[in-house]
Design a protein around this ligand. Structure first.
Ligand code: WTA
Length: 674
């Protein structure tokens, strides 16, 4: 490249943000495995036209097998019997730990940044192997065997990852329960999975505060008679934490008796690896089941090709193992590739708004992955901190969990990436296991706010929800579905295959239905619009409105409840609840109304978790209903969003007159004008 062109490019970069030097400018490196979009197009075509050939090759490239597979893919969406790599045997823990510990024992595997910086530590692959083996042997000595489900209720600490790997080492499944969940949600999950063992810690540390993991778990376990043993990691050592004699054991003490090597148990490709509960439109949370080989391959391939994560890199996923992002991109994706993963216990705002950037600088993270909700918060109140840190190690910036507005995308690109990083907006779900639609960093050109193009093997389609027909060509909008199975897709819902079929494979026969609305633009790029069902997404946390409604109905004072998600500048969506009281005379003045709202919010916090508590609760005389008595949430959503004028047809309503009241109640109590 001639000097003049270089000057010009640097000048161009300077215009966007003043900082990059010529060297930094050229950090915006091309993809290391693929050259450009034609490479992507060629491989994508191959993955769709010859999935067996393509994924067979990939499975050999990325995974170590104890026994090679005989058949690459099997089954169909019509039959609901999808399976991959039949006849193969492998162990996920061996793939994530042993093989890297043998090759480079002293390479960092888990970089732990504690809430209190002074407690941070680094575990090498050798350390990880030893600690995982000790817990695996302990679990085995407790009688845990292949196919058992161990519940893990731990905050974002190395122990969460160690516990997960220990389970899969002996062929047991982990069922992680987000540390922000309260007793009611824990009970439901432990009970449904028939877990006999739960792994937790005495207390957690987050944002400078203590969280009470063991105390909350004790409350939940009062109603879980099947739990025989609880393993407790001593994190704070508070002597007041209650241990139940004969049931609860200290992690550190128990592990001391094991030598630090315990052989992995090879399992079949299709043996389940883990379950993870997630919210759907209806009923209780579903225990989504992922299987070993397909899931692991999806994690490995997307981490390598979407993020372009290479052995010398360091990935900082600011997620939580309680959700799928923590499973795939804090644990399995980086470790299966032998790449260090940064595990951060705290929050982006503690001790100040510069915490994320301090971590990036400290460990020279090359990749950073977060939900837009954190970016919105940092843009609003944490900008001043950004320039204090050297972010020049960064190469790829990922976004996950909710749509990223183009304005936030650009801010991420300029303010954090200094115009030098690739921005990867990654669209996927708990059920997909790994990225469905995302740009391959450095190979696929991006557009601010678009998830861009489907990953290898993902035959994405847009369906017209009215006719159920696939909309061909570009410039179309509808619901997003996938035409053929991919390796990392969930196989079933734990103990309820019918629910799996009903939620994903029956709505549009022959297709996997994502539950999201989406558009494909004139270039064939996908833009995700958000859920078309009763799932709300608050700060990237997935919740079902039905679950919150059920909790509100547990109050003796409430006769009906309707919960909706409405747009929110900070959290993406916010939960709004409308409740009808059994006795409307109960609230006769402002004070009792405030007290009742507080009581109901507390109830949701206590049963589900603080993040599910409605932002506002509106007390109404009547809720909009159909003639068959079903609550019409759409109308409530419109009124709460100030869009009552666009409610449209109300002819199917049993009580159209309630709209006028609803509008005035929402205005009085919630301050939204229609
Ligand atoms: C939403 C999180 C837009 C979507 C990985 C999906 C997104 C749900 C994006 C799954 C994105 C996730 N753009 N929307 N990049 N990523 N979603 O199971 O509605 O917690 O169906 O998995 O989050 O949430 P889940």
């Amino acid at each position: 490249m001639d000097e003049e062109k270089l000057e010009q490019l640097v000048h161009e970069a300077d215009r966007v943000v003043p900082r990059p030097t010529p060297k930094e400018f050229f950090r915006k490196q091309p993809h290391k495995s693929l050259e450009n979009i034609s490479d992507y197009e060629r491989l994508y075509k191959e993955s769709i036209e010859n999935p067996d050939g393509f994924f067979g090759k990939m499975a050999h490239k990325f995974l170590s097998w104890d026994r090679d597979f005989d058949k690459v893919s099997w089954g169909s969406f019509e039959q609901g019997d999808v399976a991959w790599f039949l006849g193969g045997k492998l162990n996920a823990c061996y793939n994530c730990v042993d093989r890297h510990a043998f090759a480079h024992p002293d390479k960092p595997a888990i970089i732990f940044e504690a809430d209190d910086e002074k407690e941070s530590r680094i575990l090498t692959f050798k350390d990880l192997l030893q600690q995982v083996c000790q817990v695996a042997e302990l679990l085995a000595s407790w009688g845990i065997k292949k196919g058992d489900i161990v519940a893990i209720y731990l905050p974002m600490t190395p122990e969460a990852l160690i516990a997960m790997l220990a389970c899969v080492r002996i062929g047991a499944l982990h069922s992680c329960i987000f540390a922000g969940f309260s007793a009611g949600s824990i009970k439901e999950r432990v009970f449904d999975a028939h877990s006999k063992v739960v792994i937790t810690c005495d207390e957690g540390k987050r944002g400078g505060k203590i969280t009470h993991a063991k105390q909350i778990l004790n409350e939940a376990l009062k109603e879980c008679p099947e739990v025989e043993k609880v393993l407790v990691y001593k994190r704070t050592g508070n002597p007041k934490v209650e241990m139940v004699e004969g049931r609860d054991f200290w992690w550190q003490k128990e592990c001391e008796q094991f030598r630090g090597y315990f052989p992995p148990v090879p399992v079949d490709s299709e043996d389940p690896l883990f379950i993870l509960y997630t919210s759907g439109s209806t009923g209780t949370p579903k225990g989504v089941v992922h299987c070993t080989a397909g899931y692991l391959l999806g994690a490995a391939m997307t981490t390598r090709y979407v993020f372009d994560l290479q052995p010398e890199d360091t990935l900082f996923t600011a997620g939580d193992v309680g959700w799928i992002t923590g499973h795939t991109y804090s644990l399995y994706g980086p470790l299966v590739l032998g790449v260090p993963t940064i595990v951060f216990e705290g929050t982006p705002a503690y001790p100040d708004m510069g915490r994320f950037w301090k971590i990036v600088e400290k460990y020279k993270a090359t990749h950073f992955y977060v939900a837009p909700t954190a970016l919105r918060m940092l843009k609003k109140s944490g900008e001043a901190e950004i320039d204090k840190y050297d972010l020049s190690s960064l190469r790829t910036l990922g976004s996950v969990g909710e749509p990223i507005a183009s304005e936030i995308w650009k801010w991420y690109d300029e303010k954090i990436g200094h115009g030098c990083c690739h921005i990867a907006d990654t669209y996927w779900q708990t059920e997909s296991g790994s990225h469905l639609i995302a740009p391959l960093a450095g190979a696929v050109p991006t557009k601010p706010g678009a998830a861009t193009l489907p990953f290898f093997g993902i035959d994405a389609v847009i369906i017209d929800p009215q006719t159920g027909k696939v909309l061909e060509g570009n410039d179309v909008e509808g619901v997003l579905a996938v035409r053929s199975p991919w390796p990392s897709m969930a196989r079933t819902v734990y103990q309820c295959h019918q629910r799996f079929l009903n939620a994903y494979l029956r709505p549009y026969p022959g297709f996997y239905f994502t539950g999201d609305g989406a558009g494909r633009d004139h270039d064939g790029y996908y833009w995700i619009k958000g859920r078309v069902d009763d799932v709300v997404n608050v700060s990237g946390h997935r919740l079902s409105t039905g679950e919150i409604e059920a909790v509100l109905l547990e109050s003796k004072k409430v006769s009906e409840s309707a919960v909706v998600g409405i747009g929110d500048d900070l959290t993406g969506q916010a939960v709004i609840a409308a409740v009808q009281l059994k006795d409307s005379h109960l609230v006769h003045d402002a004070e009792t109304m405030i007290a009742l709202r507080k009581e109901l919010r507390l109830l949701v916090r206590k049963v589900i978790g603080p993040f599910a508590a409605p932002k506002s609760i509106i007390i109404v005389d009547d809720l909009p209903k159909t003639r068959s008595g079903k609550i019409i949430r759409r109308i409530l959503r419109k009124v709460c969003s100030g869009e009552a004028k666009s409610i449209g047809d109300t002819s199917t309503m049993a009580n159209p007159h309630v709209i006028v009241n609803l509008v005035s109640e929402v205005e009085q109590q919630f301050g939204v004008k229609n």
